[in-house]
Design a protein around this ligand. Sequence first.
Ligand code: NAD
Ligand code: UDP
Length: 314
Amino acid sequence: MKKILVTGGSGFIGSHLCERLLKEGNEVICLDNFFTGQKKNVVHLLSNPFFELVRHDVTQPYFVEVDQIYNLACPASPIHYQFNPIKTVKTSVMGAINMLGLAKRIKAPMLQASTSEVYGDPHVHPQVESYWGNVNPIGIRSCYDEGKRCAETLCMDYHRQNGVKVKIIRIFNTYGPRMFMHDGRVVSNFVVQALQNEDITIYGDGSQTRSFQYVDDLIDGMLKMMNTPDSFIGPVNLGNPCEFTIKQLAQTVIDMTGSRSKIVYKPLPADDPVQRKPDISLARKNLDWEPRIKLEDGLAKTIAYFENELRGLN
Ligand code: NAD
Ligand code: UDP
């Protein structure tokens, strides 16, 4: 049994991670300031004596003795990370410093949840880890993108300077149950709109692409990455290489829900990446991992979750 700290553990991905780590027989400390996370996401874990929920902000130091650290704390949807952009930068940068400082003191490995956003609006397609990216340093997405890039820098410098065992994963668009209904991300927006027969809001002309990964596939990859030899640091892409246009996603959601929703077009936000698709050769080789869940199968589970959410049943 390992003792494992998960920051951002009551968020969408964090709650699935906590659940899986407990299922595998570990003790989990879930740390969260509940900015975008909800207690509801982990309430079913509270009766487990090996689960502990702590209200804490990662911009402040935290002292604990654990065997592994997963650092996920950070708002991930544009409307939330742009709500208080200065706090978003602080969360990524000071959160990484605090967690890496902890990892250094207790000699525990730390896995950093980085993002495909470090590639910005990419000129290389599909994105390989060796690509340095095309990020606007002064735009409205920069607080998130540059915060995450700096967190990667900190991981590498704590590793080179202090020998901290670090693991960097670059997560591509992930969806599934427990996404926050009003999160603003495309899958939750479209599913919730379709289920209520409301207009489906496509930003721009819908020709931009994303590659959608179901959350269970990501969790498999995260555990595999944490358990690679110390010499494997990454960064490694974790995403589903099946690429769709946003228009295709809208149509798939309408078809699967049998919705009467109409598609409407809204302005494209600034710096919205045109294309995104991971090259996952590195993960295939080093983690023996690839996503297994097709978009339709993952969407079916997500739609079922939001149906219950709208009926107040979750
Ligand atoms: P989320 O918003 O559901 O979860 C983030 C969690 O971090 C929330 O529980 C929130 O309350 C918590 N948090 C935010 N600021 C904090 C702070 N200062 N101190 C403590 N806790 C704080 O988002 P998610 O989709 O679950 O994302 C989890 C991680 O994965 C994030 O680091 C995100 O950047 C990364 N990621 C997610 C995706 C995706 O598609 N979901 C893609 C790339 C990277
Ligand atoms: N998007 C959209 N309608 C929405 C929400 C998002 O068309 O209601 C678009 C958004 O402009 C982007 C894509 O869907 O091109 C993915 O957006 P999301 O915020 O989910 O993720 P990210 O842009 O961070 O990859």
